[in-house]
Ligand binder design. Structure first.
Ligand code: ATP
Length: 333
C-alpha cells in the first residue's frame, strides 16, 4: 500500500498536509472532536479520524499502521504525550525520537547548545547572584504566564512571594530583537537549509507598548507571552552567514550527543543584540508554527527551489526522496 502522511489536526497541520498532497501523498488528519473544521474547509485531508482528545492518540496507532502512515510530529504532539509515550509509539515517525529528551529537559538542552558553541543567556542558580536584568520563567507556564523581570536578588525575593512553590529558572534578560530561525537538515544530502524566519505576536506583551508608561503602572499590568500568531520576516542579509553557521553547529553537536543526531525541521529561538550578537534561548527539534506564513514558500525557499516549498512540503519531499532511493529508515525515528 502506498505511504500516507498523517498528523494531528492542529499547530502546523494545514501546511504539513497540503505539502504532503503537493508531493503526491494521500493524507490523514487526526483531530479532536469539534476541531475538524479547518481540515475539512481547506480540503487538505483525504481522511479525518476524530478523537475526544489528542491524549487518546495511541488508540489509533494500529489503524495508522494498517494505512501505512508516516506520522509527522509538531508542537501539539509533545503537548499531548510525554517523551516516553512518544518513544513507545510503533507507527512510523518522521524525525529522531531520541533527540526529544535533549529538547524537553532544560539542562540537557543547554548542554547541547553549549556544545554547539552558541551564546546562551546566563543562568543564575542562586538569586543573590543576579547582577543584570533577568527573566524568571516558570516550568510549564503556558504562554509565559507569571514570568517576571528582576534586576537584583532583593527584587527577585520581593516578586517571587506571589508565586509560592512553583519551579522556576532565572535567566539573563537579553534586550534586543527576537528572531526565530527555521531550519531543515536533510540526512540524505547532508545539508542544512535555512527555510524562513518569524517573529511572534504575543498577548499581552506585544500591546503593552501601546499604553503610556504611566498608565501601565496605574493598571498594575502583569506581562504574559501567550502566542496568538506569527509574523513573517526577512533578516538583514549580512546576518545569514552566522545563521547558517549556527544551524550547522547545532546539527554537528546533535550527532555528538546522540548517534543519528537531529534531522528534518528545527528552530532556534534567538534575540539579536544591538551589536548584532545572537543569543539563543531555546531550540525546537521539530517543525514550529512560525513556518505557517510560508505555505507558499518563503523568500529563501524561493531562492533554492523553483516551486513553492513550505517546511511541511519539504518534509514530504524528504520522505519521497528517501522512499525513491530505498532508504526510508534514514528519515524515520
Ligand atoms: P516555549 O513554549 O517556546 O517554551 P515559553 O512560554 O516557555 O515558550 P519562552 O519562549 O522561553 O517561554 O519565553 C517567552 C517570551 O519571552 C518569548 O517571546 C521571548 O521572546 C521572551 N524571552 C524568553 N527568554 C528571554 C531572554 N532570555 N531574554 C529576552 N527575552 C526572552
Amino acid at each position: 500500500m502506498a505511504t500516507r502522511i498523517a498528523t494531528l489536526g492542529s499547530h502546523s497541520a494545514l501546511q504539513i498536509l497540503k505539502g504532503a498532497r503537493d508531493e503526491g501523498f494521500r493524507t490523514i488528519a487526526v483531530c479532536e472532536k469539534n476541531r475538524e473544521e479547518p481540515y475539512k474547509r481547506f480540503k487538505v485531508a483525504d481522511r479525518i479520524i476524530t478523537l475526544n482528545s489528542f491524549k487518546e492518540f495511541p488508540s489509533v496507532e494500529n489503524e495508522l499502521i494498517s494505512e501505512n502512515a508516516i506520522v509527522i510530529p509538531h508542537g501539539s504532539f509533545t503537548g499531548a504525550m510525554s517523551t516516553e509515550q512518544i518513544e513507545r509509539l510503533k507507527v512510523s515517525y518522521f524525525g529522531n525520537k531520541k533527540i526529544l529528551k535533549w529538547e524537553t529537559d532544560r539542562e540537557m538542552q543547554r548542554e547541547w547548545l553549549k556544545k554547539a558553541g552558541l551564546t546562551l543567556p546566563r543562568i543564575f542558580r542562586n538569586p543573590e547572584d543576579i547582577d543584570v536584568p533577568s527573566i524568571i520563567k516558570f516550568y510549564g507556564a503556558k504562554g509565559g504566564k507569571g514570568f517576571f523581570l528582576a534586576k537584583s536578588g532583593s527584587e527577585f525575593e520581593r516578586k517571587i512571594k506571589e508565586h509560592h512553590g512553583k519551579a522556576y529558572i532565572i535567566q539573563e534578560y537579553i534586550v534586543g530583537a527576537p528572531i526565530y530561525i527555521h531550519y531543515f537538515y536533510s540526512p540524505l544530502n547532508d545539508e542544512v537549509e535555512v527555510m524562513s524566519f518569524d517573529k511572534r505576536y504575543e498577548s499581552n506583551v506585544d500591546s503593552i507598548g501601546r499604553i503610556a508608561a504611566k498608565d501601565q503602572l496605574d493598571m498594575g499590568l502583569d506581562t504574559s507571552y501567550n502566542i496568538t500568531g506569527n509574523v513573517p520576516m526577512v533578516v538583514r542579509e549580512s546576518l545569514l552567514p552566522e545563521i547558517f553557521r549556527m544551524g550547522e553547529a547545532v546539527v554537528a553537536a546533535s550527532k555528538a550527543i546522540e548517534k543519528r543526531g537531529i534531522f528534518g525541521p528545527f528552530s532556534l529561538e534567538t534575540v539579536i543584540t544591538p551589536d548584532l550578537k545572537f543569543y539563543v534561548f531555546e531550540v525546537s527539534a521539530r517543525i514550529v508554527a512560525g513556518t505557517n506564513p510560508y505555505i507558499n514558500g518563503s523568500p529563501y525557499t524561493d531562492l533554492k527551489y523553483s516551486e513553492p516549498m513550505s517546511t511541511g512540503r519539504r518534509i514530504s519531499r524528504e520522505i519521497k526522496n528517501a522512499i525513491a532511493s530505498n532508504q526510508v529508515e534514514r528519515v524515520l525515528g
